[in-house]
Design a protein around this ligand. Sequence first.
Ligand code: NI
Ligand code: MN
Length: 226
Amino acid sequence: MSVKVIFHGQSNVEIHSGSHGIQIDPFYSGNPVCDTRADKVNPQYILLTHAHSDHVADAESIARRTGAEIVSNYEITLHYGARKLKTQPMNHGGAVELPFGRVYMTIAFHTSAFDDGSYGGQPAGFIIQTGGKTIYHAGDTALFGDMELLGKLFPIDLACLPIGDRFTMGPRDALLAAQMLKAKHVLPMHYNTFPMIAQDGDAFARQLTEHNIAGHALKPGQSLEL
Ligand code: NI
Ligand code: MN
């Protein structure tokens, strides 16, 4: 079964696996490079890596309209649960079985607060196993040595890695991350959305190719099939 991954700019990624729709970090409203709108997507699950607004922007409106369940750390699910939305709380190192497959929550080195300053728990990444494929969405993070462990624990088909620098890994660190993860394919994200995170995605993809990793510098709206 093929698994389709659609990139919408920043860290906004949709996964379509059979009849299942999984939305990660829905940043449509206020995303200057986004190709579509929040009212056009119909996921059953919304995975949130951390509470920053460039990741959770449209989570509430999509969840309210579609009935999608929000999968995130305990504190973020408390926030949405208080708004009467359905949630699946979890935390680092834990996994949850859902109708589309399995979600494991990884660590991430970053921060996590809502725009009003309320606590958003610790930031995370996700390893999603669905349709026979394994996808790592790193969220916002610095490079960390335990990526090597993730590469041992999981056969990673696709790694979605931030390359924007300043707030996350830059291209040099993301290249090392891809190698440590033993990722077969890499989708760079969290760059060129704003001037402060301008990067050359095509140059990064070429560097990956030199290391025998398939790099896919997708433009917002483009997709790849695994
Ligand atoms: Ni962030
Ligand atoms: Mn971010």
